[in-house]
Design a protein around this ligand. Structure first.
Ligand SMILES: Nc1ncnc2c1ncn2[C@@H]1O[C@H](COP(=O)(O)OP(=O)(O)O)[C@@H](O)[C@H]1O
Ligand SMILES: [Mg+2]
Length: 615
């Protein structure tokens, strides 16, 4: 199996094999947005400086105006105010400055989040488009649909974790790191003696924080693992029920479920109690730090002449010391988040890197815009290349531009295989497949696949809005184009009835769509991408007959003027096909129109009549 077992892909930071490598590759996605990011970094620096200014300004206000002593006036204050300014005026001006730094800090913080989220969203969008294309291709080649579904649900989670980190996490990490450095530097430059004394609690804080967050992380990991087991358990049972109706196992499953569930609850409780036991410890540490500042600062100020620390400095220090802890804790939690995002990214890259078996030929050309004439010339293919287990043998098939071909045959006969060969997911063993005269092996896969649209039995939705999900059909499409595509696909009606219309969030935390609605989204995507060739592989197999009719109408519009390959279980849906191809035992055994094949009274007629009677 390509991606490891069901349980192999939990979101464990521990599974990251090479953080540096994954991170570098992630950062590459950000390269196109480096200006945006540079602006964000500038904003981070600005807001950090502004935040550091507050304790300093307060100290200056005390030393210069509230309890003026021997302290020389800072240069910037001399420049700002006349020497003999009244103390009230001086105090008011410094406090107004303080207010200004708060306001500016607020503005620059908002700006940095905005900038980073903007870049992050675009990067994610690109990444998801790549994932989307890869999944389209892979879903066809997965012959175990279950495996594909499992993979997809995990990918939704992975992209979500990456998203969380990039929409905010990175900014906070950077600004907290800078804050910590800034606090240390400011304190050292204001008064190194007092600074060094106050820093004595820092190592204890760091050690305590990292120990606690490590233990909490372990507890959380246990909880996640048990969740993974619960869902793996459920999945296996559901799969089993679906396939063999093993109802006798039900009672046992419920028992197992309860055990794992209880384990999960205990792990959660443990994690939470570790964290809550920790906050009193921190309060104690903070109080010790404050006591050091007041005690040692007071000593420096009273026992020496001239005093080695002023009251204002002590006030500034009290404010700085209170800000120690926040960045330390923030960095600890964000670091954990970052690790799981990187783990998610690794899995995404793993998916993007699959499919290396088929590569572009060295002289591969870009296939120009095609008309859509498809020709299978004596195509023979087997998955392991052995002559005794071929899937397709000597397939000859010519499809004129705009024609609709229906592929019919029992499950496992090779219908999906035939269309995956057209997409060049595999190379034929003998014979050739060409489109408008271009052998698919001689053109780039990218230019080939861009012109072939695929709608499958299961449609993959990302977390994100309905609008975004349709836009995966063609990234550059404007909102108006997305709306037009949705209308053409008959999806408009149900979308406008959703709570927030096109802006409704889909996915884990969002709205869930019915199977039929998902298929309508898939068709809207296909409309938007406007491919010359369309493949519908059991696109309506999982929906009820009424929804199928709705989808069918949308498909009729979509298929017009395009070459299409339609695989459908319900033969009533393919009556209008220009050619019906019946496959049996590796070969084409019948071909013709629906009417012709009915009259011929062969395999197709039998299939059709038995289905007709049942309905
Ligand atoms: N990726 C694969 N690797 C190996 N064998 C496969 C793969 N996909 C399909 N097969 C096998 O090839 C045959 C044809 O499968 P498929 O084209 O999916 O049939 P259909 O779509 O007509 O139901 C089946 O015997 C199936 O088990
Ligand atoms: Mg199939």
């Amino acid at each position: 199996m390509m991606f490891g077992g069901h349980r192999g892909m939990t979101q464990d930071a521990a599974q990251v094999t090479d953080v540096g490598k994954a991170l570098r590759r992630l950062l590459q996605y950000f390269l196109p947005f480096r200006k945006l990011l540079a602006a964000a970094v500038a904003m981070i620096v600005v807001s950090t400086l502004l935040r550091l200014a507050a304790p300093y300004l307060t100290g200056v206000a005390v030393d210069q105006f509230l309890a003026p002593g021997e302290q020389p006036r800072p240069v910037w204050l001399e420049w700002l105010l006349p020497e003999d300014v009244r103390r009230e005026t001086g105090l008011t001006v410094t406090m107004l400055l303080l207010l200004a730094t708060y306001l500016l800090n607020w503005g620059s913080t908002a700006a940095q989040f905005y900038l980073v989220i903007l870049a992050g969203q675009r990067v994610l969008f690109r990444m998801r488009t790549q994932i989307f294309e890869r999944i389209q291709a892979l879903s066809l080649s997965f012959f175990d649909q279950w495996e594909a579904g499992d993979l997809m649900s995990r990918l939704v989670n992975d992209t979500q974790v990456i998203e969380q980190v990039f929409s905010g996490g990175i900014v906070r990490l950077a600004s907290m790191g800078l804050s910590l450095i800034g606090i240390v530097v400011s304190m050292l430059s204001l008064n190194w003696r007092l600074a060094l004394a106050s820093f004595s609690v820092l190592p204890i804080m760091v050690l305590a924080t990292s120990a606690v967050s490590r233990r909490a992380r372990e507890a959380f990991r246990r909880s996640r693992q048990t969740i993974g087991e619960v869902s793996a358990e459920l999945q296996e049972n559901i799969a089993a029920v679906r396939e063999v109706q093993a109802f006798a196992r039900e009672q046992a499953s419920v028992g197992e479920f309860e055990v794992v569930n209880a384990m999960n609850r205990d792990a959660n409780v443990q994690a939470e109690s570790i964290i809550s036991a920790f906050s009193p410890t921190l309060d104690v540490l903070s109080t010790i730090a404050l006591a050091i500042v007041v005690g040692y600062g007071g000593y420096l100020s009273l026992a020496f002449d001239p005093p080695l620390a002023s009251v204002g400095i002590i006030v500034s220090f009290l404010l700085y010391v209170q800000r120690f802890y926040e960045p330390i804790r923030g960095i600890a939690t964000l670091y954990t988040q970052l690790q799981s995002a990187v783990a998610g990214a690794e899995r995404v890259f793993e998916l993007l890197d699959t499919e290396d078996e088929i590569t572009d030929a060295p002289q591969a050309t870009v296939m120009p815009l095609i008309r859509g004439r498809v020709e299978f010339d004596r195509v023979t293919f087997g998955y392991n290349g052995r002559a005794e287990d071929l899937v397709l043998r000597d397939i000859d098939l010519t499809v004129e531009p705009g024609q609709m071909v229906a592929l019919v045959g029992p499950t496992g006969v090779g219908k999906t295989t035939l269309v995956s060969l057209l997409l060049r997911l595999y190379d034929v063993d003998q014979g050739s497949i060409s489109i408008d005269g271009y052998d698919v092996r001689h053109v780039t896969r990218e230019s080939l696949r861009r012109q072939v649209g695929v709608v499958l039995q299961d449609t993959f939705l990302f977390s994100g809005t309905v609008m975004d999900n349709i836009r995966y059909g063609r990234l550059e499409a404007s909102d108006e184009e997305v709306l037009a595509a949705a209308r053409l696909a008959n999806a408009d009606q149900f979308i406008t009835r959703l709570p927030e219309g096109y802006q409704t969030e889909l996915g884990e935390q969002g709205h869930t769509l019915s199977q039929g609605q998902r298929q309508l989204i898939a068709i809207a995507r296909a409309v938007l991408s406007d491919p010359r060739i369309l493949i519908l592989d059991e696109a309506t197999s999982n929906v009820d007959t009424r929804t199928e009719r709705l989808i069918q109408r949308a498909l009729d519009d979509l298929l017009k003027g395009r070459t299409s390959f339609v695989i459908a279980h319900r033969l009533s849906t393919i009556q209008d096909a220009d050619q019906v191809i019946v496959l049996e035992k590796e070969r084409i055994v019948e071909r013709g129109t629906h009417e012709e094949l009915l009259t011929a009274g062969g395999l197709y007629a039998d299939l059709y009549n038995s289905q007709f009677r049942r309905e």
